[in-house]
Design a protein around this ligand. Sequence first.
Ligand code: GDP
Length: 444
Amino acid sequence: MAFEGLTERLQSAMSKLRRKPKVTEADLKETMREIRLALLEADVNFTVVKDFVKQVRERATGTDVLQGLNPAQQIVKIVDEELTKTMGSEAVPLNKSDKIPTIIMMTGLQGAGKTTTAGKLALKLKNEENARPMFIAADVYRPAAIDQLETVAKSIDVPVFQLGTDVDPVEIVRQGLEEAKAKHNDYVIIDTAGRLQIDEKLMNELVNIETLAQPDEILLVVDAMTGQNATETADGFNSKLNITGVILTKLDGDTRGGAALSIRAVTGKPIKFVGQGEKMTDLDVFHPDRMSSRILGMGDMLTLIEKAQQDFDEDQAKKTMDKMRENSFDFNDFLDQMEQVQNMGPIEDIMKMIPGMANNPAIKNVKVDPKDMDHIKAIVYSMTPAERENPDLLNPSRRRRLAAGAARPIVEVNRMIKQFNEMKKMMKQVSSGNMAGMEQMMGG
Ligand code: GDP
C-alpha cells in the first residue's frame, strides 16, 4: 500500500502532540523534527523537505496557534494545507486545442508505464467526452512496443497509426497527424520511445517530434516506485522538452511517497493524473488535497465515492438505496453488492480510503482473500429464491442444508447470516437519517 510508512510516522508524530495538555515551542520543534525525518525517509527531495518544514514551522510558531484553541488540531491542519500546496494545490486539467486534433505526446523512461497510460488516457477521453482518439506509434526501436500499443488499442477500440520500425519517428508523426486530420480524430496520442536512462540521442529525437507536432500537451510518465529517481528523471526531461504535465504511475504499489511529494516542487510542472493499477480504468485525476488527506491517513472519501460512481451501476445503486430505506434489503441485493464491490478492486485497498482506516490496527493486516468472498457467495447460491428474499426463513435445519450445499462449515453459515443481519440493521440506521455514527467516524 502506498505511503504506508510515511502515514504511520506522520500520524505518530501528530498523535504524540495531541496527547499533550499544552503544546510548547519545544513540543512543536520535536514534532517538526519527526515530520522532517519521516519525509526524508519517504524519499522526498531534501530541498522540498526543508521548505516544507520551514513553512509549517513559520505558520505554527507564535501565540496564535500554540495558545489558541486545540493547537494540535491546528497544526495538523497546517501540515495538511502545506502538503497540499507542495503538491500543487489544485487539480490541473488537460490542455486542449481550439482546433482538432488536440495533440498529446507521451514521454518517459522505458517501463514507466507510458504505453499502458496512453491507453488509459484514451479510454478516459472516450468515456468522459465521447472523444475519438487515435494513437501514433513512434517507438521504432522495439518491435514489441508497437505490438503492445496495438494490443492496448484493440482492448479499448482505438485506432493506431503505424509505419513499422523502418521509418524515422518524426516522419511517422508527420504522416500520422495528416491521417488524424483527414479522419477527424479529435485527439492524437503519440507514444514515443523510452530508454532505461535519459540519453542524448533519444532527447534529440523527442525534441524533433515536439518541434514538428507542436503538442498541446507533453506528458511525462514517471514510476512512483522509483522515489527520488522519478524526480531526477522529471528534471532531465523537463530541461529539454516543454513538459506540460506529469503522470505518476504505480501509486497502487508500496511507493514511499517521495515522487508524489517532490515532483511538482522540483520541476514546477503539475501532476495531472495518477495511475493506480494495471487495468485500463485505473487512471485518476490528481487532486493534491485528496492526496494529502491520504498521506496523512485521513482517508480519501471523495475518490472512493467517485470510484463507486464509476464502477457502480446507477440504477442498481438507486434500487439498493430504496431497499435500504424500506428495510427490504435481501440476499439477492447482497449478492449484487458483493459483485459490484469486487469490481472496484481489493477490499483492503478500498477500506483504506475510509477516513481513519488507513492505519487502523484492526484492518492494518487485513488481507481479504477473494476465496472468502467466493465462499460467502457459494452459501448464498445454495439458498432457494424464497430464502434469498426472506432471510427470516433460515432456521437451523435450512442452515444445515446451506452448509452442505456450499460445502462450508455450519459456523461459517451462521456467522455470515449474523453479519448480514447486522449490516441490515446498520443500513436502516444510516438510511433513516441517523448519521451521528458516520459523522463521528469522519472526525466531524
Ligand atoms: P512503457 O515501457 O513506459 O511503455 O511501460 P508499459 O506501459 O509497458 O508499463 C510497464 C509495466 O508497468 C506494465 O507491466 C504495466 O502493466 C505496468 N503499469 C503501468 N502503469 C501501472 C500502474 O499504475 N499500476 C501498476 N500496478 N502497474 C502499472
